[in-house]
Design a protein around this ligand. Structure first.
Ligand code: HEC
Ligand code: HEC
Ligand code: HEC
Ligand code: HEC
Ligand code: HEC
Length: 319
């Protein structure tokens, strides 16, 4: 009990220090921008291609990652959103969704909270446009209309976890202490002027380099704050309770961005480097002859001992 209390006090102390030491340049909560009325408008607001000119490496790496197509996925995510609507929302008696035209931003948030957090800056029409586009894409695929598949797929992928989602919208976690992200600022590790025409300031995001930053979307379990909690990714919960609690001390960024040398191309086992970093497998085998009984006589037997050691910072696979 005493130990728990000491740890708890230490945690509070660290939390307080972090907040006061932080030189985050957040500010008062800004007036929200007018809601985006179309997919095109929302995509333009978070367009990462304008950052490419000066941050070519970060952009090239990011564009290989699933963050760059976070509602299309591998492309398993877009169809699963439709399944969640058909087998979930439309069947639940109190969801208010009986047909596609009933879909709202709020009803899609059970997925978009993490897959497209900026959807909260769009009207319900955009939520419906997303669903219609995914359905159109699925139909074009069935019809074998490849041009249309490519076109609609690009529209779906134009909504993603782009530069400004991480370096602005999600950049500051403790907003009461560190302030709210300001629309003219990119958040990283430096303070000063930023060369971009519109986003002309740079400021510090106090926790960008820490696991909690990724934890905002990588899940601890059910999203209890929603009227209808959903559960998808749980890597952050697993990281905290099964890795850090057992002495693990590396951050998500250390493994996924630095050690892997993948930078902004954060990857799972689909990437060879990550697959190699994932597990140690040791196999010991031995063969013996076993005298069973009179009827069966002497039998050859193989004993194979396989040890798999998970070297990652969380359970695998996740999701
Ligand atoms: C005209 C060139 C230019 C454009 C366009 C531009 N940047 Fe920058 N950005 C810079 C320069 C130069 C720096 C300072 C880099 C340095 O000192 O390492 C910088 C710094 C940053 C940093 C801080 C890096 C750190 O180490 O803390 C972030 C984050 C960033 N930019 C994101 C973006 C994003 C997101 C966009 C698109 C919305 C963008 N930039 C567009 C030139 C540009
Ligand atoms: C705004 C939410 C958000 C943030 C912040 C975020 N991620 Fe993700 N990440 C996602 C989503 C959503 C996906 C899955 C997209 C899909 O395929 O549908 C994903 C995918 C990934 C994948 C690939 C998983 C796979 O199965 O291949 C890795 C690895 C990853 N993220 C690591 C990170 C790390 C490390 C950080 C912090 C530096 C981070 N993410 C920050 C939402 C986020
Ligand atoms: C707590 C945040 C969160 C919520 C809420 C969430 N997801 Fe995810 N989802 C992720 C992250 C992060 C990943 C990728 C990493 C992983 O699998 O651990 C992912 C992965 C996936 C994948 C596999 C990705 C691929 O490209 O193959 C699918 C499919 C998926 N999510 C669908 C959904 C659907 C549908 C919903 C809503 C019913 C939903 N998710 C809700 C965060 C979330
Ligand atoms: C999923 C979240 C995420 C996305 C999306 C993202 N970044 Fe970053 N970025 C980070 C994190 C985390 C760091 C700090 C890594 C560390 O700890 O060193 C970072 C660091 C940077 C830096 C500092 C220098 C460096 O390369 O480490 C620049 C510049 C930058 N990002 C630009 C961009 C640009 C441009 C884009 C879009 C093409 C982008 N980022 C998209 C999370 C993200
Ligand atoms: C000690 C290094 C290490 C740390 C720390 C770490 N990861 Fe990983 N992670 C890996 C490796 C290696 C893989 C590849 C194995 C795999 O995909 O199954 C991986 C895979 C993943 C995947 C894909 C899981 C899947 O279903 O295959 C996601 C998502 C992910 N990490 C997110 C995170 C997040 C978020 C954090 C921080 C909370 C984090 N990781 C911390 C090494 C690490």
């Amino acid at each position: 009990m005493k130990k728990t209390l000491t740890i708890a006090l230490a945690c509070i102390a660290v939390g307080t220090l972090l907040s006061y030491n932080a030189s985050g340049e957040g500010g008062p909560k800004p007036e929200p921008l007018p809601k985006a009325k179309t997919i095109a408008e929302l995509a333009a607001r978070y367009d990462s291609s304008r950052c490419m000119e000066c941050h070519e490496d970060a952009h090239d790496e990011w564009s290989e990652s699933l963050h760059a197509k976070s509602i299309l996925g591998t492309p398993r995510t877009a169809p699963t959103i439709i399944t969640a609507i058909e087998k979930g929302l439309k069947l639940f008696p109190y969801s208010g969704v009986k047909k596609d035209s009933d879909i709202t931003v709020e009803s899609l948030m059970m997925c978009m909270k993490c897959h497209l957090p900026q959807l909260d800056e769009a009207t319900d029409d955009v939520a419906r446009e997303i669903v219609a586009t995914i359905r159109g894409w699925q139909k074009a695929y069935k019809d074998g209309d490849h041009d249309k598949v490519d076109k609609l797929q690009a529209t779906i992928a134009s909504l993603n976890i782009g530069c400004m989602v991480c370096h602005n919208k999600m950049a500051i976690i403790h907003k009461y202490a560190d302030g709210y992200p300001q629309p003219d600022t990119v958040y990283g590790s430096q303070v000063g002027d930023h060369e971009d025409e519109e986003i002309n300031k740079m400021a510090v995001a106090p926790a960008l380099g820490e696991s909690i930053f990724c934890g905002q979307c990588h899940g601890q379990g059910p999203s209890f704050e929603l009227d209808h909690p959903s559960q998808c990714a749980t890597a952050y919960g697993s990281y905290l309770f099964a890795y850090v609690a057992h002495g693990g001390n590396e951050s998500c960024q250390e493994c996924h961005m630095h050690k892997s040398e993948l930078g902004h191309n954060m990857q799972s086992y689909r990437d060879e480097t990550m697959a190699e970093m994932a597990v140690d497998v040791t196999v010991h085998g031995r063969s013996i002859f076993w005298r069973k009984d009179k009827a069966d006589g002497v039998l050859p037997i193989g004993i194979i001992d396989v040890e798999i050691y998970n070297k990652t910072g969380h359970g695998i696979p996740d999701g």
